[in-house]
Design a protein around this ligand. Structure first.
Ligand code: ZN
Ligand code: FE
Length: 261
């Protein structure tokens, strides 16, 4: 038995609703199976049945219905347990296990570290599986974008960005929506002189043109092209006429501009 190989998750993308991605995870050593942010039950059950898998865990990044909508139904049919943000337990339907900053969660033999990253909501968590180089971040980071600040502040989002961008650059970012092309178009308006962004914007337009998903993306590419993760770069501060301002304020201005884009 070689742990290095066996602790790498098998990950299946399930597109649901308009533009959501639900992620099915399987530990190859134990067969333990999880689903991240199930918006709808039927597509998840179809993906499970197709592979002969049964559901053991539901992982929630935050309380929104397009991430928790199938919690109760899937739990009732499979007996799966639900893990989500401890600090937002009251808003996570059917939650069994609360996790918080720095906690470890094991999907079978695949351990994840939990990051508490409130900003989009007051209770977001992200699950990082280091051996699988996989980060499940819900609506906190999108490729070249970020979630709306519905319950948190720019300072909270900047704190989350700093902690998540410090993860290894070869980490795959599994976000919960296919917003990449719209994000790239906005990013070009505030960071037009960034060659990495221009190249990536072109690449994702082509991918979507071929009907291909863009998610997951690599964290090192986010560091180079995501304007919200680059709020401490003078070019981004200049774009919102805030040279010298703290990065959290630049991030707030960028997010406000994106809200109106
Ligand atoms: Zn959300
Ligand atoms: Fe969402």
């Amino acid at each position: 038995m070689t742990d290095a190989v066996s602790s790498i998750l098998e990950i299946v993308r399930i597109p649901v609703l308009q533009d959501n991605y639900v992620w099915l995870l399987r530990c190859p050593l134990t067969g333990q199976t999880g689903v991240v942010d199930p918006a709808e039950a039927a597509p998840v059950e179809a993906a499970l049945a197709q592979r002969g898998w049964t559901l053991d865990w539901i992982l929630n990044t935050h309380h929104h219905w397009d991430h928790t909508g199938a919690n109760v139904e899937l739990k009732a049919r499979s007996g799966a347990r639900i893990v989500g943000p401890a600090r937002d337990a009251a808003r996570i339907p059917g939650m069994d296990l609360g996790v918080d900053e720095g906690d470890r969660f094991d999907l079978g033999a695949c351990p994840a570290t939990v990051h508490f990253v409130p900003a989009h909501t007051a209770g977001d968590v992200a699950f990082h599986f280091p051996a699988s180089r996989a980060l499940f971040c819900g609506d906190t980071i999108f490729l070249m974008g970020c979630g709306r600040l519905l319950e948190g502040t720019p300072a909270m989002l900047w704190d989350a960005m700093l902690r998540l961008r410090a993860l290894p650059g070869d980490t795959w970012v599994y976000c919960a929506h296919e917003y990449t092309v719209a994000n790239a178009r906005f990013a070009l308006t505030v960071d037009p002189g960034n060659p990495a962004l221009r190249a990536r914007a072109q690449a994702v337009e082509a991918q979507r043109g071929r009907g291909e998903p863009t998610v997951p993306g690599l964290l090192c590419e986010e560091r180079a092209t995501n304007p919200f993760m680059r709020a401490d770069d003078p070019a981004l501060a200049a774009a919102v006429e805030m040279v010298g301002a703290p990065p959290a304020e630049v991030l707030g201005a960028l997010r406000a501009r994106k809200d109106r884009f």
